[in-house]
Design a protein around this ligand. Sequence first.
Ligand SMILES: [Zn+2]
Length: 280
Amino acid sequence: MKQIAVLLIALVTLGLIIGCIERLWPAVRQKVFREQWRVDVCYWFFNPIFTKTVTTICVGVVIFSVVALTGIDADVLRTQGFGPVAAQPLWLIVFEMLVFGDFLGYWIHRMFHHVDDLWDIHCVHHSSEKLDWLSAVRVHPLNDIFSKTLRVLPFAMMGFPLTALAFYLPVLILLAIFLHANVPWSFGPLRYIIASPNFHRWHHTSAAEGQSKNFAGLFPIFDWLFGTLYLPQKPPVEFGISEVMPATFFRQLAYPFKPQRLGNAVTEVDTRSDQATGNA
Ligand SMILES: [Zn+2]
């Protein structure tokens, strides 16, 4: 009950603060209670309560495996790390975790876009057609479990103290909420240094406009290095996917396992032929 109360307070607080900012500087004019806001509220409560538990178990299995492989004590692995990495000053460890974490995040995110079965999971997140701060939390549980577990494994193997990740992940969550906000901010000349709402909102546009661009969560330099940077000055206005995503929470959870996949394939072909003939 306490966790639900904390989540409810955070939801109302962020809703008031970021909601006001979105009303004052909207990138796209849309209703306060836009379509499917209730679905996103379900994710707001479901992922921290259910998904986080499963993710923690999976991360525990990773740590247990690294302990078994290296013979290093689990507590030392968690709190101090090991080897040359752990011998560095704390500020350098934190900096390396941010940069290396974003590098890993870039490739994991790109993989979610280019492997069909992973896209079936990740496209749930991309299905929001009205993008705002709340749509940041529309993430399928498998998306969260896979991406966090895959990220922890290299950190553990290289000797980074894993408790530092416990501070790093909440920062990423808050940043993700900010990057989806319905504001046109691009940070001017800093737009190549640090991810902005404009940078990430282009990532959410349709496939034709930029969907497979801007994969970095923090540093656009990775998109620049690997040829996926896309930063028009104007803010994007249309978001979503070509697949037909169910409109309810539980049907979205079932979507990657979809018997309806064949139906979607037909719909996709129909949509593409409509686009080709200028009807979409
Ligand atoms: Zn994506």
